[in-house]
Design a protein around this ligand. Sequence first.
Ligand SMILES: Nc1nc2c(c(=O)[nH]1)N[C@H]1C(S)=C(S)[C@@H](COP(=O)(O)OP(=O)(O)OC[C@H]3O[C@@H](n4cnc5c(N)ncnc54)[C@H](O)[C@@H]3O)O[C@H]1N2
Ligand code: MOO
Length: 394
Amino acid sequence: MISVSEALSRVLALAPQPVPEQVVLRAAAGRVLLQPALARRDQPPFAASAMDGYAIREADHIPGAVLAVTGEAGAGHGFAGTLIPGTAVRIFTGAPLPAGAERVVLQEDVLRDGNRITLGGKLEAQTHIRPQGADFRAGDSLSAPRRLRPVELALLASMNLPEVTVARRPEVAFLATGDELVMPGEDPGPDQIIASNGFALAAMAEAAGARVRMLPIARDSEASLQQGFALAAGADVIVTIGGASVGDHDLVGKVASGLGMERAFWKIAMRPGKPLMAGRLGDAVMMGLPGNPVSSIVCAHLFLLPLLAAMQGLPGVVATQRAVLAEDMPANGPRAHYMRARLEDAGGALPRIAPFASQDSSRLRLLTEAMALLVRPAEDGPRAAGSVVEYLTL
Ligand SMILES: Nc1nc2c(c(=O)[nH]1)N[C@H]1C(S)=C(S)[C@@H](COP(=O)(O)OP(=O)(O)OC[C@H]3O[C@@H](n4cnc5c(N)ncnc54)[C@H](O)[C@@H]3O)O[C@H]1N2
Ligand code: MOO
């Protein structure tokens, strides 16, 4: 059995290079920007007013000064002339500052009478001007790679970039296998259960930027699995669920090998998730997840999500955080243990973490109550309450 970190590097070694594609901004949400995006213009493109008021010269900024209003500057239509000393131009938020103007006084701070304004007795120090390029300059870049959040879409839009280069979404085909499985809403036989894992896994993959195909459940026969693999043709990643272990009906490894899968590994020193396998099957990456619900979800978190990240040009890392152990724990065995745990704010710098008494990898409901996976490295010694440990969130 190989270690978790060795397995992750073997999985990442299977990842093909990201494929760039051009998309319009409206289609870029959540996609990974592959090339730095360069602003095509300054923003603001001119010195602009930040307030509604009057543009004036610095020399006229005197309490009680009386100035003639000689024109107007609005957003989208500036004042054509130059501001003459002793005069003011009515100005609105976002309007270009007239030539010669050096500050904007708020309309609340002046008295207007016909075409004249009188500045108030108490004037502000702030000029209420947004200098040209205060947000960004032409040529400034949004660095890559990065996953595009809504705020970055707005930034790209204001850089006047209608299209961006992003990574093509990897396509993942999920193939659940087992005679005991039926889909939700179907009528299960007396020995059957509902196939559940795929719903979590598909949602996880989609949130990680993938497109997902959920294939019909394969039965525990070589022919049915072969048919399932045939239906997965064209996918970038083929993920089987179940049938990965050593039982007589666990046929995934055998069938995949028969179809030419080059195995990168089978079995990892971790729990849950020991029977995980991965390799290359034709042009696709193949990942065989264990069938137990918690095992499949934990393995997907540790290996499938980093793979999908790497395929989109992002680092394939699993980020952990630190917490303080709430109770003593005995030494861990030879497999890294990802323990379902409760996380609580203990008022200190780090949260407190307490593993659940049951770590049964079939219990989905418990998993929904776990706020974290406490990571116990293989062969970790006993740990006393109060020691600092690592965890990850699902
Ligand atoms: N003699 C041994 N037995 C087992 C070992 C072992 O090392 N020696 N490993 C155990 C571990 S650890 C795991 S994990 C499981 C995984 O086995 P498989 O990947 O072959 O999974 P299945 O046997 O097909 O299913 C296990 C379990 O999960 C349920 N299942 C399967 N698919 C789904 C699904 N899509 N949705 C919901 N539940 C699913 C299935 O009904 C079983 O209860 O093997 C241990 N055995
Ligand atoms: O490692 Mo299995 O994944 O315990 O349930």
